[in-house]
Design a protein around this ligand. Structure first.
Ligand code: CA
Ligand code: CA
Length: 420
């Protein structure tokens, strides 16, 4: 998600009908599909193939609007949480995808600003030790002043409802513009909280925040929220920039434009991210400690714009920039939605495959890490007409996708990812 001008996506959704008609017979489309294997392509695809997938509709009678995440709760498998962008969270039955049971368990529309396409309640994470801590973390945009907010909430004694009045603000980041609010909050295997924050917005990263280590914009940050008491968070001592002058010590990685979705591989701890590009290149990254992912000197693996003001000359060297592990251009999609590595039990062939999508085109790709190299990406599904806003992982490793159907104003839908 998070295309810069929302008008372009509206125009695009109008064109989707046309795409249906043209679909597989269009020269342009076939070329685009072929091109998707160019970056990081492997000749050994036969050796360890990446299987095709399908979307199976889940909870078809549960009505949801602007669903942008599906989240598991660590202490319970029988419930999953659907995050709605306007500022609500509802449940679905994690044991039965045909169930129509659903309950609204949080409504913070009173404090969430969701006026534009990229604003709203953007991401939610349960604390990994939720059974003990009773902590839910929400990342959302607010106004007056325009900012992004990371907050902690508690559930009631029965652990059924998330209580708005328990909000405790952890961190706020001033947002210069309405777009590029980034936005995945999640916990790592190390128990730390990771948060992706976009470059603040407009176009071209006009203030050079990507390479500026004195701001949290255009970063992935890592903080420790395990302490109790009055300090909302502490900075882990092993963060890469601790102790450097004029540098925010929360920073884990930088030079990212707008990581809308990122996730950990539960088996090996790899942190995968989809970083939304500007006008040309959408990219998939594996985020490492201290890594510089290039923005706004690079878009994907390509030089971007003129050499722009960098506040920190020692990070301006192109040598230090990490290229994406996969990218695609705007003939193949417009806005990348990062997904998850499949680690479920139902489809052994899918094990280790990272699935991601283009929000606008409804194309899904798979890529597998193979030692230091990669197999793929290959196109594993195409679902034009579904705007894929996010993927999510249940406790058993099953993966889901959430979509807006037919248009950005269309009804929400949730899908289970199945083999084909
Ligand atoms: Ca912004
Ligand atoms: Ca990059």
């Amino acid at each position: 998600m998070n295309i810069a001008p929302s008008t372009s996506i509206r125009l695009f959704t109008i064109l989707l009908g046309l795409l249906f008609v043209l679909s597989h017979h269009s020269m342009g489309q076939e070329k685009a599909a072929d091109a998707s294997t160019e970056v990081g392509a492997s000749d050994d695809a036969e050796k360890s193939p990446i299987p095709k997938i399908a979307f199976q509709r889940a909870w078809p009678r549960v009505k949801t609007r602007r669903p942008i995440q599906i989240v598991a709760r660590p202490d319970r498998d029988d419930v999953l949480y659907i995050v709605e962008q306007l500022g609500r969270i509802r449940t679905v039955d994690g044991t039965d995808i045909s169930s129509d049971a659903s309950e609204m368990v949080l409504d913070i529309r009173d404090r969430v600003n969701a006026r534009s396409n990229e604003e709203g309640l953007l991401s939610v994470a349960f604390h990994p030790d939720f059974a003990r801590t009773n902590q839910v973390y929400c990342f959302y945009t607010a106004i007056e002043p325009r900012r992004a907010v990371l907050s902690r909430f508690s559930m009631d004694d029965d652990r059924r409802l998330i209580l708005p009045e328990t909000e405790q603000v952890i961190l706020e980041v001033d947002e210069p513009y309405w777009n590029h609010n980034g936005g995945t909050v999640l916990f790592g295997p190390d128990g730390m909280l990771y948060l992706s924050i976009g470059d603040g917005g407009a176009a071209n990263d006009p203030h050079g925040y990507g390479q500026d280590l004195s701001t949290l914009l255009a970063k992935v940050i890592r903080i420790d929220v395990s302490g109790s008491g009055k300090i909302p968070y502490t900075v882990p001592e092993d963060n890469p920039f601790v102790g450097r002058e004029n540098v925010r010590p929360e920073i884990w990685a930088y030079g990212v434009r707008n990581i809308w979705r990122m996730s950990f591989d539960r088996e090996n701890g790899d942190l995968w991210a989809g970083d939304v590009g500007q006008n040309k290149w959408e990219e998939i990254d594996i985020i490492v400690k201290g890594g510089n992912y290039g923005w706004n000197k690079r878009e994907g693996a390509h030089p971007f714009g003129r050499q722009r003001r960098g506040s920190n000359p020692d990070v301006d060297s192109a040598d230090s920039m990490i290229d994406p592990v996969a990218e695609y251009d705007h003939r193949q999609g417009l806005s990348v939605t990062g997904g998850n590595v499949y680690r479920g039990k139902d489809y052994p062939d899918l094990d280790g495959v990272y699935l991601y999508a283009d929000y606008a085109f409804g194309t899904v790709w798979g890529i597998r890490r193979d030692g230091d190299g990669f197999i793929g990406p290959v196109e594993v599904m195409r679902k034009p007409g579904s705007l894929i806003s996010s993927f999510g992982e249940a406790n058993d490793g099953s993966l889901y996708a959430v979509t807006f159907e037919q248009s950005e104003q269309g009804p929400g839908a949730i899908w289970k990812i199945v083999g084909r």
